[in-house]
Design a protein. Structure first.
Length: 234
């Protein structure tokens, strides 16, 4: 498994999970691309398949290479996007900073000033250290992952185990971010349909993200939900 081979497979697909979801064919994954006839066993003991750990190391190398975009996106799972299709995902999801919760906006502001940061450092700067702040931090970062405001970019040693380095998309993938700002949401969605197909698990998940209630930063109330019928008509 090499970064160049993984990027080539990703460019052909547009998006890939790192590992398959319960060994199902959809959504496609790096594992299924490299080992199409092998079921993945999520075990890390002495008798485990060393390809599983190898795939995890490859994930770190790809994310750090800048040749693909890594985020905890599809159902909060490790997901890669090709550089070519990523702007369409950002533009089609079409979430603005003002729709984020105050905590998510605070985290994003920190990352927009300095990226990437380890989880430990990000929590420290946001004053979200300790078990009492864990739920708030997790909820806010989930918002940012889902709307692709943040990306993973390699790992940082800041304790017993390396932690994922997190950064603002606008800084680490500025070219793709600026391209997304020029795309209209409808045109971007058409690109996703063309690249993925309407039956793609990634596309269907995108629809769920788009239909999620948006929170008004000013009023703190729900601003409405996009209906599935409205989306498919556009």
């Amino acid at each position: 498994m090499k970064v160049a081979d993984a990027v080539k497979k990703l460019e052909g697909r547009g998006a890939l999970l790192v590992y398959p979801l319960q060994n199902r064919p959809e959504p496609p994954s790096l594992w299924s691309e490299f080992y199409p006839r092998s079921k993945m066993r999520w075990e890390w003991d002495s008798g485990s398949d060393n390809r599983v750990a190898g795939m995890w190391r490859l994930r770190e190398e790809i994310s750090r290479s800048g040749r693909a975009v890594y985020a905890k996106w599809f159902q909060s799972r490790a997901t890669f996007f090709s550089l070519k299709l990523f702007p369409a995902f950002v533009a089609a999801i079409n979430v603005h900073e003002g729709q984020l919760s105050p905590t998510a906006r605070r985290l994003l502001q920190i990352l927009e000033e300095d990226s990437p940061l380890s989880t430990k450092e990000l929590k420290k700067r946001a004053d979200l250290v300790g078990k009492s702040a864990e739920a708030e931090y997790d909820k806010a970062t989930k918002e940012l992952w889902r709307s692709l405001f943040i990306v993973g970019y390699g790992e940082i040693d800041d304790g017993a185990f390396p932690s994922l380095a997190i950064g603002a998309t606008s800084l680490l993938f500025n070219s793709q971010w600026r391209e997304a700002q020029k795309l209209g949401a409808h045109a971007a969605q058409e690109k996703l349909v063309e690249a993925l197909g309407e039956e793609s698990a990634f596309y269907k998940y995108f629809l769920k993200v788009r239909m999620a209630p948006a929170r008004s930063a000013a009023a703190g109330k729900l601003t409405g939900v996009l209906r599935y019928e409205d989306l498919i008509k556009k």
